[in-house]
Ligand binder design. Structure first.
Ligand code: ATP
Length: 263
């Protein structure tokens, strides 16, 4: 039995400069296995940059990033993926001319191709179709199995995208604004779907919609000017005076006003 590290993902004094400006300024974060974490913060706080650092698109200027206790900072995105971290792709990265089933099958084959020796790969090939169908059922896409990806509704395409992200069996999943562009009822269903398909996994999302944040996250990380100023349960973050002042007070007020107008 391999022992499980205390943290699935750790950021230790992570910094990132672009030219002269330091965008991530000593970010700290310790995420336990199985936690669902939403990263929130004002525009330009560095949320996307943080995701790009974790997934290996950028290397940090200094600091450490650890996945299951092992350093991953400076590794290439595919190497980080191989170690068990998967980031959602944009809808446009679906194979639009392949069916839903074929998209999932490709994701499974791709992940197996680099994880297994060739003889093992051949043996496992027989299981792939079955596993693809299981995933489609979980995603509630089984009835859309043979539809071309280009003919899916927006919400279905986002579900397929999440299926592709989790297909490889990664234990840490990064989702960038998973419900962006969805209606209120689609969003509600989609949060439930994300909860179902990520059971047992560690989940990080970047999210602007506070309804999604409070519906999905066990913990919230508040990023302001490249620093994590709070990392706690939704209730504690909501009550945190520093967060209220820096960010959440105004956002919640705005979203309540917006909600009142659309209600
Ligand atoms: N490759 C880059 N080169 C130079 N500056 C960059 C680069 N990427 C991001 N930045 C700058 O870093 C800052 C933070 O951007 P980032 O997109 O990470 O913020 P964010 O919190 O995701 O914002 P939003 O909520 O608006 O998406 C911005 O000022 C942005 O201009």
């Amino acid at each position: 039995m391999s022992h499980q590290p205390e943290f699935a993902l750790e950021l230790l004094d992570v910094r990132k400069r672009f030219g002269k400006s330091e965008i991530i300024r000593g970010a700290q974060l310790q995420v336990r296995p199985g936690e669902r974490v939403a990263i929130i913060g004002p525009n330009g706080a560095g949320k996307s940059t943080l995701f790009n650092l974790i997934s290996g698109r950028f290397a940090p200027s200094s600091g450490e990033i650890r996945l299951q206790g092992q350093r991953i900072d400076g590794l290439k995105p595919y190497e980080i993926n191989r170690r068990g971290l998967s980031r959602s792709f944009q809808v446009s990265n679906l194979f639009t001319r392949l069916s839903v089933f074929e998209n999932i099958r490709c994701a499974l084959l791709w992940s197996m191709g680099h994880r297994y020796a060739f003889w093992r790969f051949l043996a496992d090939l027989e299981d792939v179709n079955e596993r693809a169908d299981q995933l489609l059922e979980m995603l509630h896409l089984d009835k859309r199995r043979d539809v071309l990806a280009m003919n899916l509704t927006y919400a279905e395409a986002r579900a397929l995208e999440i299926g592709i992200t989790i297909a490889g069996g990664s234990s840490v999943i990064l989702l960038d604004e998973p419900t962006a562009g969805m209606s209120k009822s689609e969003t509600k269903r989609f949060i439930q779907l994300i909860r179902e398909v990520t059971v047992g996994k560690t989940l990080l999302t970047v999210e602007h919609d506070m309804g999604v944040v409070f519906g999905l996250a066990d913990k919230i990380a508040v990023l302001v000017y490249g620093e994590v100023i709070a990392f706690d349960t939704p209730e504690a973050v909501r009550a945190n005076a520093r967060v209220q002042e820096a960010y959440l007070g105004s956002v919640l007020a705005e979203q309540q006003v917006a909600g009142a107008h659309t209600a």
